[in-house]
Design a protein around this ligand. Structure first.
Ligand SMILES: Nc1ncnc2c1ncn2[C@@H]1O[C@H](COP(=O)(O)OP(=O)(O)O)[C@@H](O)[C@H]1O
Ligand SMILES: [Mg+2]
Length: 423
């Protein structure tokens, strides 16, 4: 896939790596290319270990230390559990066993000091690895524990002479969002460099369009894509995806652009995409099957179309929205009753079979099941049924009522199910 511009930012990242230790905080609106920039930087680095963890969009029910659990898992994949433990004094997992049980049981000791020990042990492991780029993405979704651990690591970077920390955070956040506070605090640290990703220039957008089409675009097309996409590479991609599709040539707004592929999907695929939007960042195939009540063949057919329409991408054994922004928009477009019903469905499916969450997958955000969604953290209890409210009035269609209830949503008339839905 074509990668355009960002030469200065790549240079800055490379320079920061050369003068490590240090931290680079990459900020920019959703879709501006933060993850892509980090990916390109990591791919071009020789001799460094790149460890990546992302904060997950789980609403109020955030997973404690989620990016660090992902980083540890990656490390265990590289070095084995014994190899990771060998980096710690005495060769025992210590508190890291709480983050990743495969490392072994956590050490007994004064519980009130467990957190301090955990922070120290993360520092010790990172410091023992040689040249490392630690990437923590999407700080806007960081849970409190992750924010604290990051603040600790960045504050103690002198103890990590071989580590460059690279953080990304969205800037299109509400006033008062904890992500704003965190980035403001980090930006004040002397050795933190802030890279603010602005829009691509017209020339860069022209190069992106050329790369997408595979030939020289006419100037009029570039002008239209540039003015509507505002130099945001994600929006440019969305505009290009809609080229040649039936219906209005230019959608009313970028928001509509991102959801445009939904309109061309059959009703069942749309419902599956809506169901996926109520999950966390990643949803497994079996979990989606349990939530939608669809059989394997039907679900796969529906998903295949959603993937082809560039709404979802396949990640391992699951699916993820091509961009978090699209998931947000689809989720926002759900009717309140639909949203609640979906969250109840997820809760029930996971309660019945916790393995559906998968070892690597976040649990879905659920406004109805209380704040205790966790996975992989042994002392965090599974949500209890008593936390569930009465089933909402608008149930998710079961296979028997699927056709009638979904037809409403795709019929194009002002039926009750369609009202208020933006997709
Ligand atoms: N410099 C670039 N050149 C070409 N495509 C880009 C560039 N930056 C981002 N993209 C594409 O735009 C989309 C959004 O980028 P992403 O990095 O996911 O945004 P962010 O992480 O800032 O939300 C992705 O499909 C990505 O491949
Ligand atoms: Mg990103």
């Amino acid at each position: 896939m074509v990668f355009v511009g960002r030469a200065r930012e790549l240079d800055e990242l490379r320079a920061a790596y050369d003068r490590r230790p240090g931290t680079v905080l990459i900020v920019g609106d959703a879709g501006m290319g933060k993850s892509r920039l980090v990916g390109e930087f990591g791919a071009g680095l020789a001799g460094a270990r790149v460890l990546t963890g992302g904060c997950l969009d789980l609403g109020e029910n955030r997973l404690a230390f989620a990016p660090f659990t992902a980083v540890l898992r990656e490390l265990v994949g590289n070095l084995g559990a014994d190899g990771v433990c060998a980096l710690l004094p005495g060769g025992v997992p210590g508190e890291l066993g709480r983050l990743l049980p495969t490392l072994g049981p956590p050490a007994a000791g004064d519980a009130s000091l467990a957190r301090a020990r955990l922070f120290e042990q993360v520092l010790t492991v990172l410091g023992a690895l040689g040249p490392v780029v630690l990437v923590v993405e999407d700080l806007q979704w960081a849970d409190r524990s992750t924010r604290d651990l990051l603040t600790f690591l960045v504050g103690n970077q002198r103890a990590l002479p071989e580590v460059l920390v690279v953080l990304t955070c969205r800037t299109d956040l509400d006033q008062g969002h904890p992500g704003r506070r965190l980035t403001a605090d980090l930006a004040r640290v002397e050795w933190v460099r802030v890279l603010d990703l602005g829009p691509l220039s017209r020339r860069e957008v022209a190069a992106q369009v050329r790369g997408h089409l595979g030939h020289e675009p006419d100037g009029g097309l570039v002008d239209r894509v540039y003015s509507r996409g505002e130099g945001n590479p994600l929006f440019v991609e969305a505009l290009l995806t809609c080229l040649g599709a039936p219906g209005p040539a230019v959608p009313q707004s970028v928001r509509d652009l991102l959801l445009e592929p939904m309109a061309s999907l059959p009703a069942v695929s749309q419902e599956v995409v809506r169901a996926a939007s109520a999950s966390g960042a990643l949803v497994g195939h079996e979990l989606l099957a349990a939530v939608t009540g669809l059989g394997d063949v039907e679900l796969s057919a529906a998903l295949r179309l959603a993937v082809a329409a560039n709404l979802l991408v396949v990640v391992g054994h699951g699916y993820q929205f091509r961009h978090a922004l699209i998931r947000e928009m689809v989720h926002e477009g759900l009717l309140p009753g639909e949203r609640a019903a979906l969250h109840v469905r997820y809760a029930e499916a996971l309660e019945q079979d916790p393995s559906l969450a998968g070892p690597d997958e976040p649990l879905p955000s659920s406004p109805v099941t209380g704040p205790r969604w966790r996975s992989g953290i042994p002392h965090a209890p599974w949500p209890v049924r008593g936390g569930l409210p009465a089933r909402p009035v608008t149930p998710w269609p079961t296979p028997s009522n699927w056709t009638s209830s979904t037809r409403c949503c795709g019929c194009g008339t002002a039926c009750p199910a369609r009202r208020g839905r933006s997709a």
